[in-house]
Each structure stands twice: as structure tokens, then as C-alpha cells.
Design a protein around this ligand. Structure first.
Ligand code: GLV
Ligand code: MN
Ligand code: MN
Length: 421
């Protein structure tokens, strides 16, 4: 056993093991390699969960799961009754994704714990590894489902309200996946965590461009998403003449362009707007589209500016509805405030970078993360590592083994620092 000091001990990260585990985790997928598709509560998600839980058990961690499938793997420490320090991320993946988004935060959290155990560190407080359910919004249309629920940022009534494309409610889907207790039990008691840390790929190009090892996140941009339903009139593609048409897809096309122009209108590169889903009904080549459902993602680091863009989109939807005689209904799925990282954790991450001679900079996260909701219940910090060309949500997403190992070392140092108090 070595005497531990977070300042002086060189923590040994087993980067080969970590790369191997990332590769194995990527094999639980519903699309061919190198792409990864792992939608919450699918068979691939179930197998991936089993794999990660097995690794946690091998590391001597005690596991429990809540009613939505958030998974907690605990190292009790010397004072198990005290508030825990947590780290973690997600293992679900959007369709046609890569292998690093979220998974790096989970497996590096586990590796950090194993490395600390390996050098004889004994935490005063418990350290918990968290695997959040459905950080990605693919199945139920809302991101960070698990962390929203455990932090009290979503009412448990979503159990019956949220439905997937096949009409299955969250309640039905989670029960089919084996998570059948009452959703109200997901909310954590106040003060359950004293700190939360998440390691993640940057999902942007800055660290790589500036040849830096670590991004120290200071704030997380404010995300919002809308569901826009356009109701027109269907009919025969040959029989209905052009002047009389109320084509829902033509109206939706104008709405999509309105989202783009509204986001651009702020003149700030911090405002972004995307329509990533367009479902057409009845989707037959010789039938005029009668109904279209759009899913819109809007983000800004300035919440007020994001709200201005939203008003602009709403106005244009009204105009398009009038001009094209279609119904346009807008549902706000979520409109979240930005998150702030805790200054003491920002300092601790920077100090761990100095100790390990890693070059870092402070930055804002433009992507959202479970940290956004964890920051509402506990002082939170995020460690970013570079990813090639800033690419994410694509099969060619890549972070080098060195980059992952650097991030894991910093994570281990900060966990040790915080768990020593
Ligand atoms: C998370 O996946 C995001 O879309 O920011
Ligand atoms: Mn993602
Ligand atoms: Mn992610």
C-alpha cells in the first residue's frame, strides 16, 4: 500500500484495459461498427448495462438501480453515512453515433476508482459511479431523463406522459426493461451528493486546435427542444391541383428554414438551432403529406437570447400557418436554464492539471450533459478531453487513448482530493 497524497502520488491508469473496455462496450450496438446505436431500454442497452455492472462488481463496488434504471456503483469509504462524491455519465447512444460520447465518462470513472484502489487510497467519504439513464433524447424526446428525475427537475408524472414512437409510455418501457418500482422513488434525498464530476469528450474542436490536454468547464449552455406538429390536408398526388393544396410538408419545410434563419439572426455563434427529426404522414410518394412532426433543438449560452429566438420561430409559425392554411401546434418539451460549474471544483481540476503537467483552459460546454442537472443539486465540475476534429454524434468520433488516460488521471486526482475531506 502506498501512502496517498493527491498532490504527489502518480496515479497509474491502465489505458490498455480502458481502451479494451471501450471497444467491448461499443460492440453492444444496433448498427454496424464503427457506428454505435444504443437506444435506452433496447436489448443493446440492456447488454451494455450488464457489461458495465459486471466490471463494477469485479472492482468491488456495490450496485443498486433506481426505478428509471439510473445505476449507482458505490465505494463506501471510511464514513459511509456521509454525503458521497459522484462521477459518471451515460452509455446510451443516438442512432449512428460513435463510441466515446458518455461511455468515456462512465468507464474512466470506473478506471479512476480502480486506480485509486490500486494505490491504496482510502476515501473518507463514499465515492459513487453513476450511469444515467437516457441522457440522449432519442426514444422519449427529452434528454437527461435520469438526471432530471433524480435531481427533481422533472415531475414523475412523465411516467405516463412520455411516449416513444410506438406509443409505449416511459412506464411501460422501463417496466419491460426490469425497472418496475415507483418512479417517485428516483428523486434523491437532499444533500445525498456533496460533489459531482463528469469527464466527457469536448464534442468541439478547441482543445485539439489549441493543442491542449484538458478543458475545464465553467458553464453549460441552456438547451431547449420543441415539438412542432403541422396539420394540413392529404389527398391524391395526381388528383389534387396545386392551387388548392394544404401540404403539411411544404409548410414544415418553411418552418425548418425559419428555425435556421431565426438562430442565425442573433449574429452570435453561440446560438444554434437544428431540426433533427421530420416525420411525415402518411409517407407515401403518391399522397400529399397531411401531417408532419418536427423536433427542434435550440441552444444558447444566453438563455434570454434563446427565448428571443423561440419567439421569432413562433411568430413565423403563425405566419406560415395563415399563408398555407395549415394548423401549427408547438409543444415545448424542455427549456432549461444554463448550468454553472462550482468554482472550487474548477480550481481543483486546474490544480490536478498542474500536478500532472497537463495543459488546460477554461471553456463553456455547448453540448448538454447530465452535469447540467447535477449542478442543481451539488457543486459540479466537468473535465473535457480533446476529440479528433471536434467530431461527435458520428461514427468517426474519436478520442486517443492518451487523451482519455490524461482525463482519467485528472479525474482520479480530483476525486481523491474531494474524498479526503
Ligand atoms: C447531448 O448529447 C447533446 O445533444 O448535447
Ligand atoms: Mn450525445
Ligand atoms: Mn454525452
Amino acid at each position: 500500500m502506498c501512502a496517498f497524497s493527491a498532490q504527489s502520488t502518480r496515479i497509474t491508469i491502465d489505458s490498455d484495459r480502458l481502451s479494451q473496455e471501450l471497444e467491448t462496450l461499443a460492440s453492444f450496438s444496433d448498427s454496424p461498427s464503427p457506428s454505435v446505436t444504443r437506444i435506452v431500454f433496447s436489448e443493446s442497452d440492456r447488454r451494455a448495462r450488464e457489461y458495465v455492472k459486471g466490471l463494477c462488481r469485479e472492482a468491488g463496488l456495490a450496485i443498486h438501480e433506481d426505478a428509471v434504471g439510473n445505476t449507482f456503483a458505490r465505494w463506501n469509504g471510511e464514513r459511509p453515512e456521509e454525503a458521497a462524491i459522484a462521477t459518471g455519465s451515460h452509455i446510451d447512444a443516438i442512432p449512428n453515433a460513435g463510441r466515446y460520447d458518455g461511455t468515456v465518462g462512465v468507464l474512466s470513472g470506473l478506471e479512476a476508482i480502480r486506480a485509486l484502489k490500486g494505490c491504496g487510497f482510502s476515501p473518507k467519504r463514499p465515492i459513487e459511479l453513476l450511469v444515467f439513464t437516457s441522457e440522449e433524447p432519442t426514444r422519449f424526446g427529452i434528454g437527461c431523463l435520469g438526471s432530471r428525475l433524480l435531481s427533481g427537475n422533472r415531475d414523475p408524472s412523465v411516467d405516463e406522459k412520455l411516449k416513444d414512437k410506438g406509443g409505449l409510455t416511459l412506464c411501460e418501457a422501463r417496466k419491460a426493461a426490469g425497472f418496475s418500482s415507483d418512479l417517485r422513488q428516483v428523486l434523491l434525498p437532499r444533500g445525498y451528493y456533496i460533489h459531482f464530476l463528469e469527464l466527457h469528450i469536448e464534442q468541439g474542436p478547441l482543445l485539439e486546435q489549441e493543442q491542449l490536454d484538458i478543458g475545464v468547464v465553467t458553464a453549460i449552455a441552456a438547451p431547449a427542444s420543441l415539438r412542432i406538429t403541422v396539420e394540413g390536408q392529404g389527398g391524391h398526388a395526381g388528383g389534387v391541383l396545386m392551387p388548392g393544396r394544404r401540404d403539411a410538408l411544404c409548410a414544415a419545410a418553411e418552418i425548418i428554414l425559419a428555425v435556421e434563419s431565426s438562430a442565425k439572426s442573433t449574429g452570435s455563434h453561440d446560438t444554434v438551432g437544428t431540426v433533427g427529426v421530420c416525420d411525415v404522414f402518411p409517407a407515401a410518394v403518391n399522397s400529399i403529406p397531411s401531417r408532419v412532426r418536427l423536433e427542434v433543438d435550440l441552444r444558447d449560452i444566453d438563455e434570454q437570447r434563446r427565448e428571443t429566438v423561440f419567439r421569432l420561430i413562433r411568430q413565423q409559425c403563425d405566419e406560415i400557418s395563415g399563408l398555407r392554411s395549415v394548423g401549427v401546434q408547438i409543444e415545448v418539451v424542455n427549456a432549461d436554464a444554463p448550468g454553472e460549474c462550482a468554482p472550487e471544483i474548477v480550481d481543483a481540476i486546474e490544480s490536478a492539471c498542474r500536478t500532472n503537467q497537463l495543459r488546460s483552459r477554461r471553456m463553456v460546454s455547448r453540448a448538454y450533459h447530465d452535469s447540467l442537472f447535477m449542478s442543481r443539486i451539488a457543486p459540479t465540475g466537468m473535465i473535457f478531453i480533446p476529440c479528433r476534429d471536434g467530431v461527435s454524434h458520428r461514427p468517426d468520433e474519436y478520442a486517443s487513448s492518451d487523451a482519455i488516460s490524461n482525463g482519467t488521471r485528472v479525474l482520479a486526482h480530483v476525486l481523491a482530493e474531494l474524498a479526503s475531506k
